[in-house]
Design a protein around this ligand. Structure first.
Ligand SMILES: Cc1ncc(COP(=O)(O)O)c(C=O)c1O
Length: 462
């Protein structure tokens, strides 16, 4: 064994203690750490020959890289849709690395069953019916990709061909209809060989990002019975708008389409009695995307995909080989390797399992309700501040606003926010207007954080 490996093996408990101490320092210092930073690249160093051992490598990381990292796990990082990591999920993540299980095969361990139990808990959390089977993927993009891959196979079934066997060429043009799809839908369509131009935008309701169900019906009617894919959106990134899922599912009685719902963070509204109606009908979808590194507050990377057609899913992702074992007839017990793009992967379910076990439905519902209340509070503050203008009502956990007089200067404002070190918000464009988004999904955020962000905005107001 290489001498550095030998030393590290002898000192493993001490090295893990040292790592733990560093992690504790990072986490207890989150409140004082600049929330975001302008990237500064340290001078490059060549690939080490002998290496320094873990202690030296930790030092080098702390010296060269760590100072440039953002406090994205902290309470005032309101950019994108970024969750933190609950204590239990962080513990789960550490154990995931320590156990280093590959849950894709059931030949050697109970790890796949832990994933199945976690998926079943999540299904219950989001109120999905038992017919929805699921598996873990790395994020909402891969969840959307997986759902749309199953949709593509369903289209083949409708046309009496098998896309997984014969390729996408047998399908011809595939209509994919959606109101305000996330950019990852286009990416997924590109990866699936359906092409980004398969996406046919459908008009939204006036002043909204939610699809106009009447226009969707007209678009489906115009297809003259050609099977299609409809991507419904449950929680858009800019204004957290929701398509009327009940109205869309009702259209299935008249038109043939696969209904995929991107509920990356919107699915969590099922945990708030006041907002649960927004995802009414989610269980009727053919496939559903839910991100977990957003509002479940597990560390990157983690998401779940659900579908009612596991048979089609296993056809798309089947990876049979003598050394892996056959798919087998029992779809409930099919090895996970046959369900998602990856072959080998980490046991992503463990952090999710631990946080659900530690805080349960009520703990996670409290996070959701608090985030919604805090977004509402910041919305009120921004509406009252001179120099700013809300661009949409705060429907859930995102405040979308702009500079009242000079929206084109939003980029400068974002830079000033970054330089303040106090918060991070991401720029966007809403309805043609440059804007800012403040997204609340971190379990640590409190009212005091909102007041601090409001004061910062007041200070930076032009
Ligand atoms: C609605 C929606 N779908 C998909 C995604 C993509 O998520 P990820 O970055 O985890 O792939 C996001 C990310 O913000 C999202 O908000």
């Amino acid at each position: 064994m290489h001498p550095r490996l030998c030393d590290d093996l002898d000192r493993l408990p001490g090295l893990l203690d040292e790592t733990r101490a560093r992690a504790v320092r990072l986490l207890t210092g989150l409140h004082d750490r600049p929330v975001a930073r302008r990237p500064v690249r340290p001078d490059p160093v060549p690939l080490p020959g002998t290496g320094t051992g873990t202690a030296g490598a930790l030092e080098a990381f702390a010296r060269r890289w760590e100072p440039g990292f953002a406090a994205s796990a902290g309470p005032r990082y309101l950019g994108f849709v970024t969750g933190g990591a609950t204590p239990a999920s962080l513990a789960g993540d550490w154990l995931t690395g320590a156990l280093d299980q590959n849950p894709t095969s059931g030949l050697d361990s109970g790890a796949p069953d832990l994933e199945r139990e976690t998926v079943a808990w999540l299904r219950e959390l989001f109120g999905l019916p038992a017919e929805h089977a699921g598996a873990f993927v790395s994020g909402a993009t891969m969840s959307n990709f997986t759902g749309l891959a199953v949709a593509r196979e369903w289209l083949g079934e409708r046309h009496g061909v098998s896309v997984s066997e014969q390729g996408t060429g047998v399908l011809g043009d595939v209509p994919v209809l959606s109101g305000s799809p996330h950019s990852s839908i286009g990416k997924a369509l590109s990866m699936l060989g359906l092409g980004r131009s398969a996406l046919r935008p459908v008009g939204t309701l006036p002043g909204r990002e939610a699809v106009d169900a009447a226009r969707l019906e007209r678009a489906l009617e115009a297809l003259g019975g050609t099977p299609a894919i409809v991507v419904a959106n449950a929680g858009t990134v800019n204004t957290v708008d929701f398509d009327d899922l009940r109205a869309i599912t009702a259209l299935r009685e008249r038109y043939p389409f696969w209904l995929h719902v991107d509920a990356a963070f919107g699915a969590f509204t099922a945990l708030s009695p006041e907002h649960a109606h927004l995802v009414d009908g989610l269980g009727e979808a053919d496939s559903v995307c839910v991100d977990l590194h957003k509002w479940l507050n597990v560390p990157y990377d983690s998401a779940v995909q659900f579908t009612r057609r596991r048979d089609l899913q296993a056809r798309v992702f089947a990876n049979s080989a003598a050394y892996l074992g056959p798919i087998g007839g029992d779809l409930d017990r099919v090895d996970l390797v046959h369900l998602t793009p990856e072959n080998s992967r980490r046991l992503r379910a463990l952090p999710a399992w631990l946080t659900l076990a530690a805080y349960g439905r009520e703990g996670h519902a409290e996070i959701v309700r608090r985030c919604v209340a805090l977004a509402g509070l910041l919305g009120e503050r921004v509406a009252a501040l001179p120099g700013y203008r809300l661009l949409a009502p705060v429907r859930l956990n995102v405040v979308c606003f702009t500079l009242a007089e000079a929206p084109e200067r939003v980029g400068d404002l974002v830079s000033a926010i970054v330089d303040s070190g106090e918060a991070f918000l991401t720029p966007t464009v809403h309805d043609g207007v440059p804007a800012l988004r403040a997204a609340f999904s971190n379990w640590r955020t409190t009212e005091a954080d909102v007041e601090r962000v409001a004061k910062l905005l007041e200070r930076l107001s032009p």
